[in-house]
Design a protein around this ligand. Structure first.
Ligand code: P6P
Length: 338
């Protein structure tokens, strides 16, 4: 048993990425190195969060608002800068597109050698921090296409099939990193004593159906009739239970492992929904599609959506294939209310 435990402790994230690619060509090395930098960012953010209650000037509002007019938390800014710093020294990533920055951040010394772009939400669900509840970082990696001479990063405005890797870091009771490079979805748990993310679940399989539906029912009065019909259906039928943590990564993580469905549909206030496409919904859709689940806007696969702008929002229905299909049957009102 001791030997098995030792072997497991040796399956670090970068080793796993190389193994996944079964080749040690330049792409494999690059992706392994990029994942390693993301792991470093996760460790730095995790360390900062674990002491956030004790340090001055970490929690609370930064006194600024981001491009969506949302008040920015100091932690949002810290985490955003962590990702920039870890990639500055990497030589791999030329551009970073983040929820916290109106325009992509370019690292000139890495361009054009570093042909990769990191799209990320540095801290998602930061309002949970004030209650010491889980938050997460979400990321996707794309290859730059063209020279982007005008600095508009127009090549990022392509559908989610252009993602070559995606994942998230969940800062919960343990810090976990979940990723996919298109060959299954794998979870790693940070062992703080080693400072390493160690493989904890390989090839996660999302059940075809689950009892959980995860949605903010406080928005009921803002939904259209098909969405209300779906909620009435799950209220009426036995076997459903509601779980909603208010932070996307934690709610997603539960569905990824246990099945069920997470929804953030359009509302009267936000017809396009609240969640962003490029660095929230598309990375999670990439994962869910590779763990046997599905991700939809309610009428279209998330991975097929072509954004018109960097910070575009989208409605999101994501989880078990059967449960996403049930929601779609209401949304496409192809179903008679039963
Ligand atoms: P609501 C957090 O602000 C966030 O962006 C996601 O992490 C989360 O899923 C959602 O918004 C919660 O939004 O409207 O239910 O509070």
């Amino acid at each position: 048993v001791e030997e098995r435990a030792l072997d497991r402790d040796c399956m670090t994230l970068s080793r796993h990425v190389l193994q996944q690619l079964q080749s040690f060509g330049p792409d494999a090395q690059d992706l392994s190195a990029i994942m390693n930098r993301i792991a470093l960012a996760g460790k730095l953010v995790s360390r900062h969060l674990s002491r956030s209650g004790l340090m001055e000037n970490v929690l609370g509002f930064a006194g600024t608002t981001n491009i969506q007019g949302e008040s920015v938390k100091k932690m949002d800014i810290y985490a955003n800068d962590v990702f920039i710093s870890v990639f500055k020294q990497s030589g791999l990533v030329c551009r970073l597109a983040s929820e916290e920055m109106e325009n992509p951040y370019y690292i000139p010394e890495n361009c054009p050698i570093g042909r990769y772009t990191l799209l990320y939400d540095p801290i998602d669900g930061s309002s949970n921090l004030d209650a010491n509840l889980n938050v997460g970082s979400i990321f996707a990696i794309r290859q730059q296409e063209g020279m982007d001479l005008d600095g508009e990063a127009k090549d990022l405005l392509q559908n989610g099939h252009k993602q070559i890797a995606a994942g998230y870091i969940l800062y919960g009771p343990s810090t976990m990193l979940v990723y996919s490079i298109g060959r299954g979805v794998h979870a790693f748990t940070l062992d703080p004593s080693l400072g390493e993310f160690i493989l904890s679940t390989e090839n996660i399989q999302t059940p075809q159906h689950g009892s959980i539906y995860s949605v903010n029912e406080g928005n009921f009065w803002q939904w259209d009739e098909p969405m209300r019909e779906y909620i009435r259906y799950v209220h009426r039928h036995e076997g459903y239970t509601a779980r909603y943590g208010g932070a996307l990564v934690g709610d997603f993580h539960r569905i990824l492992f246990q099945g069920g469905v997470f929804l953030y549909p359009g509302t009267t206030k936000k017809p396009e929904g609240k969640l962003r496409l490029l660095y929230e919904s598309a990375p999670l859709a990439f994962l869910m599609e590779h763990s046997g689940g599905r991700a939809s806007t309610g009428t279209q696969d998330i991975l097929d959506v072509v954004p018109e702008k960097l910070h575009q929002r989208t409605p999101l229905v994501i989880g078990s294939t059967e449960d996403v299909a049930l929601v779609e049957s209401f949304m496409q009102s192809s179903r008679q209310p039963s």
